[in-house]
Design a protein around this ligand. Structure first.
Ligand code: NAP
Length: 280
């Protein structure tokens, strides 16, 4: 079998970020600096790391980032109030509420408070619906990253059987829809799926979005399949057993340096696009 292609997320992310410099410069000429506001509720160390990484990526590209740290006992009402202030701030173009939020918060209600113009991670029901219809300005960033990786490497989606493991509203479901919109035949699996391994074995494209380290085993993968690992677990471990799947796949994303950096690049791209849209 030919050597497995390692889908290099850093390369794809660099390509996306480089493509933004023209837009950032022309906005700057009009006195506009794209600005992403990230909200972190509580002190979960991994969430704090993700927010910091996003802030640093913004800075490197000349995008402003505002970080709002709220205490872990913040109520849904208080969080919504903070989001509404950001909605009303003309200098803020994108709003990202870091997920998960502490249990006392109604996460859905908080997501819904983000105005559609600033919903750069596609978390609102309207953003989700627009994505389902295929005309979203800002689909969820991780699903967008998965499509961007396939696109960058000229891997065709049309006619392929895509098996997605996971159905969360920000990852499994939207990526299933995006693959369907690109004419894949899609099977979405979840915790109640029976014969999961047999279904995964049918996949020409396999997307792992489970939240369980090394969950997808090499012997579940059809020979020559394309494996995209969206997982990110403690210790930089994906949802795919990389070494096992590498032996079977024709192409695979590593963790780290796979889907993760492209997700951040997609967030920056959406923030710049939101600023451009607001400037029109
Ligand atoms: P989530 O909300 O916890 O959803 C996990 C999904 O996996 C659920 O749909 C669940 O099914 C399904 N699942 C759980 N156990 C299963 C099993 N034994 N068999 C089949 N399906 C099972 O997680 P998420 O937010 O979608 O995140 C998924 C992964 O992606 C995590 O590793 C997360 O860290 C990572 N992630 C990465 C990025 C990035 O930038 N790379 C961004 C976001 C998330 P049910 O619906 O039936 O419960």
């Amino acid at each position: 079998m030919p050597e497995t292609l390692i889908l290099d997320g850093n390369r794809v992310a660099t390509d996306i970020k480089e493509s933004l410099s023209g837009a950032i410069q022309s906005l700057a000429k009009r006195g506009i600096v794209p600005c992403l506001a990230t909200i972190l509720v509580g002190d979960d160390p991994s969430s704090a790391t993700y927010v910091r990484m996003k802030g640093n990526a913004c800075k490197r590209l000349g995008i402003q980032s505002i970080r709002l740290d709220l205490p872990k006992d913040t109520s849904t009402g208080e969080l919504i109030l903070a989001i509404r202030k950001l909605n009303a701030d003309p200098n803020v173009h994108g709003i990202l509420l870091q997920h998960p939020v502490p249990h006392q918060i109604d996460e859905r209600a908080a997501f819904e408070a983000i105005s559609i113009e600033k919903d750069v991670d596609g978390v609102t029901t309207l953003g989700f619906a627009q994505n389902a219809f295929g005309f979203a300005d800002f689909p969820s960033c991780t699903p967008a990253a998965i499509i961007a990786i396939l696109d960058y490497y000229n891997i065709s989606i049309e006619g392929k059987h895509a098996v997605v493991i996971g159905r969360s509203p920000i990852l499994g479901k939207p990526v299933s829809i995006m693959l369907l919109n690109q004419n894949a035949t899609v099977t979405t699996c979840h915790s109640k799926t029976t014969n999961l391994e047999d279904i995964v074995r049918l996949g020409d494209i396999v997307v792992a979005a489970v939240g369980k380290p090394r969950f997808v085993k090499g012997d579940w993968i059809k020979s020559g399949a394309i494996v995209l690992d969206a997982g990110y677990n403690e210790g930089n471990i994906g949802d795919v057993d990389y070494d096992g799947c590498l032996l079977k796949a024709s192409a695979i994303t590593p963790v780290p340096a796979g889907v993760g950096p492209v997700t951040i690049a997609a967030l920056l791209k959406h923030t710049v696009a939101a600023a451009e849209k607001l400037a029109k």
